[in-house]
Design a protein around this ligand. Structure first.
Ligand SMILES: Cc1cc2nc3c(=O)[nH]c(=O)nc-3n(C[C@H](O)[C@H](O)[C@H](O)COP(=O)(O)O)c2cc1C
Length: 325
């Protein structure tokens, strides 16, 4: 399939694997790229420029296809070494960067200079337009369904994607709630030129996470996510579990007095415990409503091939039959 997104990133299928903390490692990124999508390594999971350089090198050993790096800008008292991370990205010849959180204006000149294509993840049309204005090459439009941070507007993709299509000149991919060929065709119908998946890619053979995490996603339904940290204007969609219910009780009890420190036990240091040790109830970890559409743990290639075959079938048969009837 050819779209402006496949052309921009030099990939075969318009499918991107969004950056994911403690999931977006070389194993998953290379598997996605080898299957014809765009795999993404998550810079902040590596933490330091040195470790990121090693992870990029490791990924390169596993694929000769293009892959990208996600750089997430988080409010932090001790910010990561962003200049060092970008230096490594440029020096290691990466050609695609996914940014998220604050807009990447500060870093665009050096990325452009190095001929790196930037796709910025946005949860609203106004942020997408801002990304376009500052010179991003594409945006990933993240609806309210998404795993991770859906922003504070609560607009789902059935509205957000066509709204983005009404306003944007640059190409965009849908993100949030995407799982299969139906998602891809619907995204294309609404004006996107590809789709980004997070949660769905965790439940694959190659995702370098504990089997308990994959099983938790297969077991979960679309009713099993919760929104946390709304009061802190840092909303996150997570899979419900004992730790998350504890957190929500604190939010209810403290109301407007809630501070980040109050919920530290449920949010700090949770990812390695969940993703590596398999303690899926340890606390809050991002998960999309799309968990309800995840019923198996295929290889990444089987998943992507299935998506493309299903999309083809929908376009050439189901929709064509409606039209000719
Ligand atoms: C476990 C997990 C960790 C994530 N970590 C990050 C991250 O570090 N940076 C980021 O930009 N997005 C992160 N995301 C968001 C994904 O990149 C993607 O935008 C989102 O999962 C799309 O929604 P979906 O889960 O419904 O596919 C994460 C998502 C999940 C499920």
């Amino acid at each position: 399939m050819k779209t402006r997104i496949t052309e921009l990133f030099g990939i075969e299928h318009p499918i991107i694997q969004g950056g994911m903390h403690f999931v977006g490692l070389a194993e998953l990124a290379s598997a996605v790229s080898n299957a014809g999508g765009l795999g993404i390594i998550t810079a902040l999971t590596q933490g330091t420029p040195e470790k990121l350089a090693k992870e990029i090198a490791r990924c390169r050993e596993m694929t000769d296809k293009p892959f990208g790096v996600n750089v997430t800008f988080l409010p932090s008292l001790t910010p990561p070494d962003y200049p060092g991370l970008f230096k490594v990205i440029i020096e290691s010849g990466i050609k695609a960067v996914e940014t998220a959180g604050n807009n990447p204006a500060e870093w665009l000149p050096m990325l452009k200079e190095a001929d790196i294509k930037v796709i910025h993840k946005c949860t609203s049309v106004r942020h997408a337009l801002k990304a376009e204005r500052i010179g991003c090459d594409a945006v990933s439009v993240d609806g309210f369904e998404c795993g991770g941070h859906p922003g504070e507007d609560d607009v789902t993709n059935f509205i957000l994607l066509p709204r983005a299509a009404e306003e944007l000149e640059i190409p965009f991919v849908s993100s949030g709630g995407m799982a299969d060929g139906r998602s891809l065709v619907a995204s294309l119908a609404m004006g996107a030129e590809g789709m980004n998946m997070g949660t769905r890619f965790i439940a694959t053979e190659e995702a370098p996470v504990h089997a308990n995490v994959k099983q938790a996603l297969v077991n979960a339904t679309e009713l099993d996510t919760r929104l946390i940290m709304r009061g802190l204007r840092n909303t996150e969609r997570v899979l419900t579990n004992a730790g998350v219910e504890r957190l929500i009780e604190k939010e209810k009890a403290l109301g407007a007095d809630l501070k980040f420190e109050d919920i530290l036990p449920e949010v700090a240091g949770i990812y390695p415990r969940v993703m590596q040790e398999g303690e899926v109830d340890a606390g809050a970890w991002s998960c999309g409503m799309v968990a309800g559409l995840i019923h198996d743990v295929p290889t990444v290639k089987a998943l992507i091939d299935r998506i493309m075959a299903e999309a083809d079938e929908i376009i050439t048969q189901r929709l064509a039959d409606f039209q000719s009837a």
